[in-house]
Design a protein around this ligand. Structure first.
Ligand code: 5AD
Ligand code: SF4
Length: 453
């Protein structure tokens, strides 16, 4: 009897770069005959692609491993083996410790080594070895990965990875390594491959994506703005986004790109972390709030309708009521379309974890609540401002209700609309008729049932 096709289940935690890595993992494993499954109990290989950015994210992995143990034991009773892999940033940060803490784990593999997973799966299955690879290998993973074969209307492409900025709260320089930009040629090739498989929108990813300085054919560094111009030429691709940016790398040509490049969406995620210069200094952010405000003024001049997003940490060591008030004031002044906000979480190995004046948990939580109330109001306000407008919506998937499709506006808002299935994957003009904080409702009026693409 022929052996059934092997199945792979991947759970992705954390950021968009991890989602990209998971897509690449499917492609790598597809090369050795694995198919994906959404059912963990069906999987011969279970991968947890983990995040270490805050304590909660990291601890979640261990509680999930507890559940996986039950599933694995049940499968064993039916004579089926399960190989359990911890990949990503917790793998990188904790390495061998994971094997000790969770005996069911077979393979621990950091984010720079996942192109080697097929070999490790073989060793684990055939030789019952337990493997840890948390090297920052000199052979770059990107050179070993197969071409893009995944079919996705919207896809990520990592163009820059790692960070040299060493913000004092952040684990990324330790989990993702030093800053590296991929060559232009590789990125254009990936974009073409994705577009051939139907991708309409790409998001260029990097921990500091606007610090991108990958080499062109002549070996000269190319800025993110120029890279965006190049990928904008790829046929079939309709929309380009990028994330996440650092205020210090917000160059003039990138700001101009928002005016000049039609495919570049009017959306900017620019974290400021704290509205207090004193806290920014303690965070080693190396810029002042006035500079951040000035950048956003220029961005808004270049693209008046741009949707602004940000990351904010409250309760960083030494944050006083006044420092927090400065954060609130900045948010009131800028008015964000949406934002991510967190209480500070001390991370092992980072400078801030050793700082005195750690803020009490209940104080940080209260501040976060106040901040999030304000951010929610702003998000609702931004959404309400779209009512009555006609927006081009890229329809991406089916909605919960029958006949409903869900897409994204240029400003990254979710939009629900009753539309025929054939419209999936197209950009259509939708009139916005209603809104909640999290999504918009639109109508495809007959007369406006105009296909934009
Ligand atoms: N505690 C809380 N939030 C953090 N972030 C990064 N490190 C920490 C930490 N130790 C937030 C920052 C960053 C986002 C990805 O996560 O706001 O921009
Ligand atoms: Fe989490 Fe950072 Fe790793 Fe992304 S790079 S998964 S945010 S720790």
């Amino acid at each position: 009897m022929p052996r059934a096709v092997k199945k792979l289940f991947v759970k992705t935690y954390g950021c968009q770069m991890n989602q990209y890595d998971s897509d690449r993992l499917f492609e790598v494993m597809g090369e050795i005959g694995f198919e994906s499954t959404d059912e963990m109990a069906q999987a011969d290989v279970v991968v947890l692609n983990t995040c270490h950015i805050r304590e909660k994210a990291a601890e979640k992995v261990y509680s999930d491993l507890g559940r996986i143990k039950l599933i694995r034991n049940k499968r064993l009773q039916n004579g089926e083996e399960t190989t359990v892999v911890v990949a990503g940033c917790v793998a990188q940060a904790e390495g061998r410790e994971i094997l000790a803490r969770a005996p069911i784990v077979n393979i621990v593999i950091g984010p720079q080594s996942y192109h080697r997973l097929p070999d490790y799966i073989f060793s684990a299955e055939q030789h019952k070895q337990r493997i840890v690879d948390t090297d920052f290998p000199t052979d770059l993973k990107f050179e070993h990965l197969p071409g893009r074969s995944i079919k996705k209307l919207t896809a990520f492409i990592t163009v820059q990875e790692g960070c040299d900025k060493f913000c004092t709260f952040c684990v990324v320089p330790y989990t993702r390594g030093g800053e590296y930009s991929r060559p232009v040629k590789e990125i254009v090739k990936e974009t073409i491959e994705l577009a051939r498989h139907g991708t309409k929108e790409i998001t260029l990813l990097g921990q500091n994506v606007n610090a991108y300085h990958g080499a062109n054919k002549k070996g000269q560094p190319v800025s993110l703005a120029r890279l965006i111009k190049k990928v904008a030429k790829v046929e079939g691709l309709e929309r380009i986004r990028y994330t996440t940016s650092h205020p210090n790398d917000m160059s003039d040509d990138l700001i101009e790109a928002h005016k000049e490049i039609e495919k570049l969406m009017p959306y900017l995620h620019l974290p400021f972390q704290s509205g207090s210069d004193k806290i920014l200094k303690a965070m080693n952010r190396d810029h002042k709030i006035d500079k951040y405000r000035e950048i956003l003024e220029r961005v808004r001049e270049a693209r008046p309708d741009i949707a602004l997003s940000t990351d904010i940490i409250v309760g960083f060591p030494g944050e006083t009521d006044q420092d927090f008030e400065d954060t609130m004031q900045l948010v009131r002044d800028i008015k964000y379309a949406q934002a991510y906000s967190f209480t500070y979480s001390p991370r092992p190995g980072t400078t801030a974890a050793l700082m005195e004046d750690q803020v009490e948990k209940h104080v940080a939580s209260e501040r976060l609540q106040r901040l999030q109330t304000l951010l929610k109001e702003q998000q609702l306000e931004f959404n309400r401002a779209q009512i009555g407008k006609k927006l081009p919506i890229l329809l991406e998937k089916r909605g919960r209700e029958p006949g409903q499709l869900v897409g994204r506006s240029p400003y990254l808002q979710l939009v629900h609309v009753i539309a025929p299935d054939e419209m999936m994957g197209r950009i259509v003009e939708v009139e916005i008729v209603d809104t909640t904080r999290n999504s918009l409702a639109g109508e495809l009026k007959k007369a406006q049932n105009k296909e934009l693409v």
